[in-house]
Ligand binder design. Structure first.
Ligand code: ADP
Ligand code: MG
Length: 701
């Protein structure tokens, strides 16, 4: 039989066979011996430590005790039948309880003998007990006491358990796999890297992750495997970036021209912030290199991304190109259109709006003007991607609120010219550095980390339901000063009925407290048509209504400078980034703005942390860090479809240090050897040339 290796199909491993192989494939996506070996324990039981009975308590995950089984008794009847043992050491005694396999246990457990007992301590009727402990008879002839290692625990499923593949069963397979292929295990990392970063070799790390002798060894194994995982992700990302630069020529914007200058010198109503200037410069120099730009701009709500986009588009136009800007919702596209045309004024550029509700006749005109080249800037929604939309010469694409669009949609825009246009992706959802480096590792990243001068920080306060009257009083005061107020209710798809109930009850309450005709209320929710929503929005924008009651449809981008209070109902039901986005709707004018977080009187610990964080800080980057710690990378908004975040062992919430180490190493490698042609980097080239299943490494991420 040929020698087995990590690429051998799992069914050839001793002890597996076709049936187990089948369930391993279906349940755990384990196809090869290598896949199995990369199925790591999710925790370990520390069996290196023994406890005395008088020191164990219910907060322990598990306790190991050396003691004597001093009694064994069957109790209860029929279904309640159980076996109760007395277990003692010199410090006290504890009850052991079994509900299953009673016949076997009665036959095999020896009263009077010394055992190593392991299990989770519980309390029942004030008495400490352990249910279904593991019992290991202490053989006086053996030197080894108990199972003195860190015991791996693998997660399993009901189906797997039917095939004896519970945690123990998987552990057995791991042992067989390691015995079988250990000597054939290679190392994907070059030796120099292993030495310099003081890493365990791959075989040693694998052995130690499955069968660690102690926690130091386990830590070393974990570090090595995390480093490797992050290193290869970064290697691919940075390699892609490099290849794109070589492969895709970009439109070269040689000079800033008249339109940019006219706008900048004569029309722009405010000076740019330092951060805005920096980002415009970055874009300016990117687009002048002859390579195609892929840049992500992260900036908090209100940091002024739109102007940056507009200035960039004007540079494109000055160089004879067209530009477009895509937003995720109709309202937002309309607002961009209104904002940009107002800023530009007459005579600088021709701008049109294209959305799903643009009438056919108008649409035809736009299509034609685009193809002729008489239209300079097209602003719109998904409607921009349609194949019918053809540009004469598109050179610059802006995508706002990037996380709402998938890779495929971006790729479509990319293909709208023979030479792909420059891409500027803007997001108001700041994400932590570790995530940005991984999700967008092959994009250039700009950060607008400064708000326009003169903005007063928004005051955020948290009120409980029973303080509601005070909140109403405050709202009246603000309205009397001429301000407008948002009141937002949660919209969570799983419980639409509940949401609507909240909204209706809340609305009734508001209508009673703020009666017509003194007060006017706008209402916007998901069940309304675009037209209805727009009508209501417009009433609020024009100041005809003082209160806007909404579900989170206003989340993205809406701009009403006179609105100075944001009341968020049931705020404990919102995620941090949503709360942050909502708060960003106010604080856009010159007045002091407020965010009022209403919550029920009872809060979960996490809910409490979220609200406290909101009260403490308004820095989107800081908030996103807390969010990452609370929820982990996969659940942050904007990361859901990112296969790249499904890591086997690394965790972006906690592994910043290893990530930096790995990424810096990759950067250094490319600096020294851009084409990876040095012999010492041969292994890396080999690695990159293999196909990696699962992740689609599109040319843009
Ligand atoms: P966002 O980054 O959330 O998209 P916007 O581009 O909508 O922010 O800008 C928010 C508001 O700030 C707009 O009214 C815009 O005109 C204004 N603004 C942008 N830049 C500046 C600046 N440098 N100084 C003063 N106001 C600015
Ligand atoms: Mg915006």
């Amino acid at each position: 039989m040929a020698e087995l290796s990590v690429i051998t199909p799992i069914e050839y491993l001793r002890g597996v066979g076709p049936q187990k192989a089948d369930v391993l494939k279906k349940e755990l996506r384990i196809f090869t011996i290598g896949d199995l070996l990369q199925y790591y324990p999710f925790r370990y039981i520390d069996r290196t430590e023994f406890h005395k009975i008088n020191t164990i308590h219910t907060a322990m995950i598990g306790a190991q005790v050396l003691g004597r089984l001093t009694g064994l008794q069957e109790k209860g009847e029929k279904r309640a039948k159980r076996l109760v043992g007395q277990f003692r050491d010199e410090t006290g005694s504890i009850e052991l309880v079994w509900f299953q396999s009673l016949t076997w246990l009665k036959k095999n457990l020896q009263v009077g003998a010394v055992y190593v007992m392991y299990g989770k301590p519980n309390e029942f009727n004030g008495q400490l007990s352990v249910t279904h402990p593991e019992m290991e008879l202490l053989n006086s002839g053996e030197k080894k006491v108990g199972n003195q290692t860190m015991q791996p625990v693998y997660s399993s499923t009901e189906k797997l358990k039917k095939f004896n593949l519970d945690s123990k069963g998987i552990q057995k397979l791991q042992q067989t796999a390691l015995e079988t292929v250990y000597r054939a295990l290679g190392d994907a990392l070059p030796a120099a890297i292993i030495t310099e970063h003081k890493l365990l070799s791959y075989p040693k790390a694998l052995l130690a992750i499955h069968f660690p002798q102690n926690s130091e060894e386990l830590n070393a194994a974990v570090r090595r495997l995390k480093f490797e995982e992050l290193f290869f992700i970064q290697l691919r990302l940075l390699r892609n970036k490099q290849l794109n630069t070589l492969k895709y020529k970009g439109h070269r914007f040689r000079a800033v021209g008249e339109r940019f200058n006219t706008f900048f010198n004569e029309r722009l109503p405010f000076p740019l912030t330092g951060a805005q200037k920096r980002v415009v410069k970055e874009i300016r120099s990117d687009t002048n290199t002859g390579a195609q730009m892929n840049r992500l701009v992260q900036g908090d709500v209100g940091s002024g991304k739109t102007v940056v986009a507009l200035l960039s588009m004007l540079i494109a136009i000055d160089n004879g190109y067209q530009a477009c800007m895509m937003a995720p919702t109709e309202i937002l596209a309309q607002q961009h259109y209104a904002g940009i045309t107002a800023l530009l004024g007459e005579g600088i550029a021709r701008v049109s709006l294209l959305t799903g509700s643009t009438p056919t006749r108008k649409r035809r005109v736009i299509h034609q003007e685009l193809e002729e080249g008489s239209l300079d800037i097209l602003i719109g929604t998904h409607a921009l991607i349609e194949d019918k939309v053809k540009f004469k010469n598109i050179g610059f694409v802006v995508i706002d609120e990037q996380h709402r669009f998938g890779v495929e949609q971006r790729a479509k825009l990319w293909r709208k010219n023979v030479v792909p246009p420059h891409m500027l992706v803007m997001t108001a959802t700041p994400i932590p550095r570790t995530l940005a480096m991984t999700m967008y590792g092959d994009l250039d990243i700009s950060v607008i980390d400064e708000l326009p001068a003169g903005r007063k920080p928004i005051k955020t306060v948290h009120f409980f339901e029973n303080q509601r009257l005070r909140v109403f009083g405050f709202m009246r005061q603000e309205i009397a000063k001429g301000r407008q107020i948002y009141v937002v209710f949660p919209l969570i798809k799983e419980s639409e009925k509940l949401d609507l109930l909240y909204l209706e009850a809340g609305l009734e309450n508001l209508q009673r407290e703020f009666p017509m005709p003194t007060y006017q209320i706008s209402i916007v929710h998901g069940k309304m048509t675009v037209k209805e929503k727009d009508f209501e929005m417009q009433r609020f924008v024009k100041g005809q209504t003082q209160i806007m009651v909404a579900t989170t449809v206003i989340e993205v981008g809406v701009n009403v400078p006179n609105a100075s209070v944001m009341v968020i109902e049931n705020s404990e039901r919102f995620g941090l980034s949503q709360l942050h986005q909502l708060r960003g709707r106010v604080g856009r004018g010159a007045e002091q703005s407020y965010c009022v977080l209403m919550s029920g009187n009872k809060l979960s610990k996490e809910g409490r942390t979220r609200l406290d964080t909101m009260v403490r800080t308004s820095d989107g980057f800081e908030i996103s860090e807390v969010d990452l710690q609370l929820r982990g990378p996969g659940d942050l908004s904007g990361t859901q479809q990112s296969g790249i975040l499904e890591m086997k062992i690394a965790n972006l919430a906690t592994d910043q240090a290893v990530l930096n180490e790995a990424r810096n190493r990759v950067i250094a490698i490319f600096q020294e050897d851009p084409n990876l042609s040095l012999p010492k980097n041969q292994m890396l080239t080999d690695y990159l040339n293999q196909k990696s299943p699962g992740i689609s490494w599109d040319k843009i991420s």
